[in-house]
Design a protein around this ligand. Structure first.
Ligand SMILES: [Fe+2]
Length: 385
């Protein structure tokens, strides 16, 4: 399978990575202005990270307000409340610190600050007319990789729909990745966010619009996750494993930002919108089922996935080598305590037809390696249920 002849690759203007890198914040915000809005969530406040960020900004002569009420699967209303605070405090730029939710909100606030309107005006791909105000994205999970992507996912509670804002103009100016900030992640969050990163790597590696740069990044991300997620889960204080996982999540996100993903992400968004299943948990449960269904389209790519994840596949017939990838994912998921079925996380069977309809609206369906119809998605939800 070959990718497209012409491809585009985007990355933040600057990515700074490493243990202790947060200390570089003052120099990284130089020239962005003297008033900031910090966008974050209650967990980050409690962990003391918000205070550290605010004091580093103060050292750089930057003051402002903090919006700390971002929730999991963040809503349109949350974006608008944060934007109101941005305006009232006359901020010039955004520092988003937290998991994917805080960064996704911060990225859309930056669009509203520059172009006005509501978050709904920018739903879809390519609706943002130009650059937003500057954003510094600081991830505290490993992770969604939102610090480097062209996407924000915001939930419209009225429609029970997770909408995507996708534009090169929303890539943060600075991605600041300090593994130290991920040390306090509890086990379930480590597992869910790590499996989200693995899903990014695998889906963009096997889908129909992959490109060579994306593939190289995705392959390395799979290798790093295969080697380190169990350790990061078993011993959260292992700085080496945490560093490897954050690197992997950022690399996987650089890989998928332009290639998009596949059926797992198409299906996990309605699970979040209708049943509030955390994004990473939804992906982790779905991934082995979707991979098994995609298998017949992936005889040439799954063996490489298996190999990257540490499986020995040399000499195996291609079908067995491909199956080894599905098995490797299932085992990893099991080892880090991910539930096996959707029924284990509060999903009801009656919700499936509506969720399948919503999944079909996702652009991720179009790039999945195996052509997918509505009935296929229903069947996949049923199998995973
Ligand atoms: Fe994801």
């Amino acid at each position: 399978m070959t990718g497209p002849d012409i491809f585009t690759f985007e990355a933040p203007a600057r990515l700074t990575f490493g243990v202790g890198a947060l200390a570089r914040l003052p120099e990284l915000v130089a020239g962005m202005g003297t008033r900031v809005l910090i966008v974050s969530d209650p967990g980050i406040v409690k962990a003391g990270i918000l205070d550290r960020v605010a004091s580093l900004l103060k050292d750089a002569g930057v003051t402002g307000d903090a919006f700390t009420q971002v929730e999991p699967n963040p809503s349109v209303e949350t974006v608008h409340a944060a934007h109101d605070m941005f305006r009232r405090s006359r901020a010039a730029f955004v520092v988003a610190v937290g998991g994917g939710s805080a960064m996704d909100v911060g990225k859309v606030v930056a669009v509203l600050a520059a172009h006005g309107g509501t978050a709904l005006d920018y739903e879809g791909v390519g609706k943002v007319p130009g650059p937003g105000v500057p954003v510094v994205a600081i991830p505290t999970t490993a992770g969604t990789g939102s610090e480097v992507t062209i996407f924000s996912v915001i939930t419209d509670r009225q429609r029970k729909f997770k909408m995507t804002v996708g534009s090169p103009h929303i890539v943060p100016q600075v991605g600041l990745c300090d593994p130290e900030l991920t040390l306090s992640m509890p086990q379930p969050l480590t597992a869910a966010t790590g499996m989200d990163a693995l899903t990014h790597a695998i889906e963009c590696y096997v889908n129909t619009v992959h490109n060579p740069i994306a593939k190289a990044l995705a392959q390395e991300a799979m290798r790093l996750i295969g080697r380190s997620l169990r350790t990061a889960y078993a011993n959260g204080k292992d700085a080496g494993a945490r560093t490897t996982m954050l690197l992997a999540s950022t690399m996987a996100a650089l890989a998928f930002t332009r290639t998009r993903l596949g059926n797992v992400h198409a299906m996990s968004h309605p699970l979040g919108a209708h049943f509030d299943v955390p994004h990473g948990v939804a992906n982790a449960i779905l991934l082995p089922y979707v991979m098994a269904w995609n298998l017949i389209a992936c005889f040439d790519t799954y063996p490489q996935v298996a190999q990257a994840m540490g499986e020995r596949v040399a000499g195996l017939p291609s079908r067995e080598a491909a199956e080894a990838a599905v098995e490797a994912v299932r085992r990893l998921s099991h080892d880090v305590g991910i539930p096996e079925r959707l029924r284990d996380v509060g999903v009801t069977r009656e919700g499936i037809p509506r969720m399948a309809e919503d999944a079909m609206k996702s652009g991720n369906i179009l790039v999945n390696p195996r052509a997918t119809a509505y009935q296929d998605i229903v069947a996949l939800f049923e199998t995973a249920y």
